[in-house]
Design a protein around this ligand. Structure first.
Ligand code: NAP
Length: 232
């Protein structure tokens, strides 16, 4: 059984990769930096008896998403889980952010998931089985005043997840939106807040796996995860 994860070399994606590997899933992973993927592949394969397939991919480019989807399909393994995780955050406000920021956010945070899902969901529909997780954000339900285009992209990702959930109800595919608040990853490297103020990536991974682990009778449609002390 295969778990496919985008943006898997660091942060939340990496934690989810490690969790699924520990539960015996083979992995197909992408990110842009091949050397990071290779390090992760070696780390995981030395710890767990599973296979890790990697492809350097820039998911902000439709042609590269298609290449990654092709790569996954050629593995000839059933895709049990798809985790649309890759995403970037650029600070800014709608009224003054630089030209092109919206396009970058939408291409990376939304279209990547849209096109990869479209490519891989057909196999799931044939199997009448599969689970798609879209890593949204608290910014999907609460606007970040200093993350204009990011919020737009994450609201859209959340909307896409809800539509897909409705479409997949009769087809046996589960669809879950994960909405984390501030999670301690590279995205927060400039912050001087203590680590206790953040969610741990490993906790997001545990939440994802626990949602997957339910019986096929049930689906967790969305999970909101916040730091214990609340939003930053
Ligand atoms: P991160 O630590 O910065 O890691 C991002 C991962 O995505 C890396 O593996 C990165 O590798 C990859 N990536 C970035 N751009 C890519 C692209 N164009 N194509 C392919 N891979 C790409 O990020 P994170 O904080 O774990 O965030 C993961 C997801 O959670 C994102 O969707 C983010 O919006 C969401 N989220 C994060 C937080 C938070 O506080 N951290 C909160 C809510 C939601 P390369 O750079 O090598 O490509």
């Amino acid at each position: 059984m295969l778990t496919v994860i985008t943006g898997a070399s660091k942060g939340i994606g990496k934690a989810i990769a490690e969790k699924f590997a520990s539960q015996g899933f083979n992995l197909a992973l992408c990110a842009r930096t091949e050397s990071d993927l290779l390090i992760l592949k070696n780390e995981i394969e030395s710890k767990f008896k599973i296979q890790v397939h990697i492809l350097s991919t820039d998911v902000s480019k439709k042609s590269e998403v298609e290449k990654f989807a092709n790569f996954v399909q050629k593995l000839n393994e059933k895709v049990a889980v798809l985790i649309n995780n890759a995403g970037v955050f650029v600070q800014g406000q709608v009224h003054n952010e630089a030209e092109g920021i919206l396009e970058t956010m939408i291409n990376t945070n939304l279209y990547s998931a849209y096109y990869l899902t479209k490519a891989l969901i057909l196999g799931m529909i044939e199997q009448k089985k599969g689970h798609i997780f879209n890593i949204c954000s608290i910014a999907s339900i609460m606007p970040y005043a200093n993350g204009g285009s990011y919020s737009i992209s994450k609201y859209a990702m959340y909307g896409m997840t809800k539509v897909l959930r409705e479409e997949m109800k009769p087809l046996g595919i589960r669809v879950t939106a994960i909405l984390p608040g501030a999670t301690l990853t590279n995205s927060w490297s400039g912050s001087d807040l203590p680590s206790e103020r953040f969610i741990k990536s490993e906790d997001v991974a545990e939440a994802v796996f626990s949602a997957y682990h339910l019986s096929e009778n049930s689906v967790i449609e969305e999970m909101i995860i916040r730091p214990q002390l609340g939003d930053i």
